[in-house]
Design a protein around this ligand. Sequence first.
Ligand SMILES: Nc1ncnc2c1ncn2[C@@H]1O[C@H](COP(=O)(O)OP(=O)(O)OP(=O)(O)O)[C@@H](O)[C@H]1O
Ligand SMILES: [Mg+2]
Length: 449
Amino acid sequence: MRILVVDDELSNRRTLEVLLKRANHQATSACNGIEALERLQQHKFDLVITDLRMPQMDGMTLLENIKQQYPNTQVIMATAFGSIDTAVEAMRMGAWDFVTKPIKKNELLQRIRKAAEQDQLQQENRQLKSEIAKMRPNWIGQSLSMERITEEAKSVADTNASVFLVGESGTGKSLLAKWIHKTSLRNAGRFIVLNCGAIPENLMESELFGHEKGSFTGANQTKVGRLEQADGGTLFLDEVTEMAPQLQVKLLRVLQDGEFERVGGTQTLRTNMRVIAASNRNVEQAVEEGRLRADLYYRLNVVQLKMPPLRERLDDIPLLVEHFLQVQANKNNRAHKPISDAAMQSLQQWDWPGNVRELENTIERAIVLSKGEAIDLVDLPSHLQGPAPSQQIMHFPIGTSLQEIERHFILATLASVDGDKNRAATLLGITVRTLYRKEAEWREAGWIQ
Ligand SMILES: Nc1ncnc2c1ncn2[C@@H]1O[C@H](COP(=O)(O)OP(=O)(O)OP(=O)(O)O)[C@@H](O)[C@H]1O
Ligand SMILES: [Mg+2]
């Protein structure tokens, strides 16, 4: 480490310099705060060891300056024996540590070693963070709601807070969970998925906690559970409302103190993991009905992210469709094809109860079936080819003029009844004469032929 020693007494400076050099550090010294700041301007120092009382500029003022101008340089404050208040104040102001004078060699060297370790960690974290900041999300979505989710996900990613993802099936909760892990400082650890709804209740406990050989019939081998696998990484508890109540109690203990035992084991093991939970159910209701323990829910729900259903962000559909056209064509060994306007329009009018997953499946099916140059209406499932007029839905972006909405709406109504003006007028609640008049206006304006 490159260390700057600041002390107004020459003998103190010399002693420290010799000590530090012997311990393989690079040491420079300054006799007061002002000189120290000059040195800091010339070189980058990893650590400053400074005396508290000095003429011209004292240790506290120096500390304040360093924290402002060189936040990555650590400071160890040397204080007179008994002035613990000052030491505490220094720590509060950002000093890394303090030592009391007269300085004990071993103690100081040990503090420096710790500072060096911390420095290394911080450097790694800074690097990781800047790499992470550059990572693009692995999901598609430019709608406001998705951008908000992206921002929220980014801000929780590098914390250790538990995250609860809620939202309907197929909205991208699993995708988001993976992304949070990837962009967290735990991304060197593993991302372990446990689907609480898919594993039979009697196997669940040993899945989660592992078991010792011979702990029950069929336990022929020791098994490492998901909790152990997730150590240093992230545990994703999918469909968490489906977990058996007695297991919820055991899981809660792990979340509270990080400790657990394997089934049939006596040794207490520790795990350090981040938990992300997800559910596509009504979670509050599950808590009310006692299926999900309230105390577990509060632990898991430190941050809640709600994935919006696809029907509330129809403006993302064109981007998603384009994305899936590429991905699914690759996956199915087909050439990339464009999609017709009519087909795209129909995709934007469906309400997608199965959300993005349903859209992805629809595109995959279309790619596999399509014989033409482009994906067209005929390649879509029948409910997307021409819904009954009463079910058809139109969307207009905010900012559309009423005139334009009226025109599109009337023309769509006409189209849905095959141009039958009497029926269209009845549906619209206007007279047939009004309909003719409007058509004439549009024709004159050149909007229709
Ligand atoms: N915004 C998105 N961009 C790209 N692909 C997406 C997006 N959202 C979801 N997907 C894709 O849709 C499919 C379903 O997503 P995912 O499995 O994450 O949903 P889920 O919310 O976990 O559903 P469930 O509640 O049924 O588990 C996946 O193939 C996923 O890759
Ligand atoms: Mg999922």
